[in-house]
Write a protein that binds this ligand. Structure first.
Ligand code: GDP
Length: 436
């Protein structure tokens, strides 16, 4: 429970073993006792106390640790509600931490990222943002604009001082610098997106080329081929594998499995469809056979994206070689494997690492944007910088230039949540789970 009256509610239902006065209880301590209803014990519990402002939300808070189980927990919750508490909305604790000013919006958003992280890298980027490194950078950029803004305001308010010339140059220099920094942040989203959403990967190839064998080798367990998801729609099935801490999101693995029974249905059309969605296309060919017209079509698809060509069944007598001009033209990344024996799979990972320059992502020294909302706002700020530069080039009066500069500040303020609207706040916190 959080809220300045939460101890009042607690006192109605909690009987500590050792009697104590509430104002003698220190924050960050635990008390042992029972939750009671009409003098009857509901459960034996430990209660942690957090006293304002030293708590997650900055309000008084307490946490009841019960034995657990559905019935007891529900009962305790019911008792809290009966005695004056209200149910929290999804993300309400974090929302309060934000509204009470303990963290900014960007940090609040990174709480979800940390919770939902699918890989260590994602968790690490989330933690860094929670610590506030991105917020700090945004604030520094804002400060640079504000420093110049002061001069602009002076020039507007005291035109007799004729500081306009100096200020114009100052503004331009500052804008160039700020634009540069924002562009670097914007660019980091390429990696941020990979870290957060994974590399959407399509495995395509003719029937019997070895798609499901490769999938098995990647997932390293036979479970992949079992149709345990039978009956579910294909689109909802996502399988993740981690490569160097980056998740590969395998598209349509169900389709590959279903192909076993419905070979005729899984043709080039389907391959095209999934290739369109993909960041990475892994096309696989049976190296014991000559390329057919279907294979050529698959090679065509590979040309459009980052792609890896796999020559499979290398344990058998190969017909196809990696120096084949048709393959070379489609991708520089050609790997020979035997999906059946799971040999060469590491090489596939190496190629992915190289293609996406995964080794160059340095989480320790780089600030990486992972949130599309932040990216869009940064982009908007960059557009507004361009507009501001335009107004200066067109020799517009300073008060007009100032209006455009304020737009940049507003975009940045939206990221950290200083000037954000209630609708956006509500939308952000609705994505949280209950109790966070
Ligand atoms: P898909 O239709 O593309 O999913 O192909 P499968 O993975 O089902 O493989 C088709 C057939 O080729 C199966 O009988 C596999 O056992 C076999 N196969 C797959 N990869 C290899 C390989 O590397 N070597 C050999 N010898 N056979 C393989």
């Amino acid at each position: 429970m959080s809220g300045n009256d939460c101890f009042i509610v607690l006192n109605k239902i909690f009987r500590p073993k050792k009697k104590h006065k509430l104002d003698q209880v220190k924050g960050y301590t635990m008390k042992y006792g029972n939750i009671v209803e009409n003098d009857e014990i509901v459960d034996e519990v430990l209660v942690s106390y957090f006293k304002a402002p030293k708590s997650y939300t900055t309000e008084n808070m307490c946490e009841i640790n019960s034995h657990g189980g559905n019935v007891i927990v529900k009962k305790i919750l019911e008792l809290c509600l009966k005695n004056g508490a209200e149910l929290a909305e999804p993300g309400e604790f974090t929302k309060r931490a934000f509204l009470n000013g303990r963290i900014d919006l960007l940090q609040a958003e990174s709480v979800i990222d940390v919770i939902n992280a699918k890989s260590e890298r994602e968790a690490k980027t989330g933690m860094k943002q929670l610590e506030g490194i991105l917020s700090k950078q945004i604030l520094e950029i804002k400060q640079k604009i504000l420093d110049v803004m002061v001069n602009v305001e002076v020039a507007i308010d005291y035109p007799e001082y004729d500081v306009e010339e100096v200020t114009n140059k100052q503004i331009i220099d500052m804008l160039i610098q700020v634009e540069d920094e924002l562009k670097r942040l914007e660019k980091s989203f390429d990696n941020g997106k990979l870290i957060k959403e994974g590399i959407k990967t399509a495995i395509i190839g003719k029937p019997n080329a070895g798609k499901s064998s490769l999938l098995n080798a990647i997932l390293k367990e036979d479970r992949a081929i079992v149709t345990e998801y039978e009956g579910t729609t294909r689109d909802t099935i996502e399988e993740f594998v981690n490569i160097n801490g980056i998740p590969l999101k395998l598209i349509d693995t169900a389709g590959i499995r279903q192909a076993k029974d419905e070979v005729e249905k899984i043709g080039i059309a389907k391959a095209k469809e999934i290739a369109q969605e993909a960041d990475l296309i892994i096309s696989i060919f049976d190296s014991t056979k000559e390329l057919t017209s279907e294979d050529i079509e698959i090679l065509e698809l590979s040309k459009k994206k980052k792609s890896i060509i796999i020559l499979n069944k290398m344990d058998l007598e190969p017909m196809l070689q990696e120096n084949d001009a048709r393959l070379q033209k489609a991708s520089k990344h050609i790997v020979k494997i035997s999906a059946l024996n799971a040999t060469g799979i590491e090489k596939v990972y190496d190629e992915i690492t190289e293609l996406f320059q995964l080794n160059e992502i340095n989480l320790d020294n780089e600030i990486i944007i992972t949130n599309i909302r932040h990216k869009n706002l940064i982009n908007k700020a960059i557009q507004n910088i361009k507009k501001t530069k335009g107004t200066i080039e067109q020799k517009m009066p300073l008060d007009i230039i100032a209006i455009f500069m304020k737009d940049i500040l507003e975009d940045l303020g939206n990221i950290t949540g200083e000037v954000v609207s209630d609708d956006i706040i509500n939308e952000i916190f609705s994505k949280f789970c209950l109790g966070k």
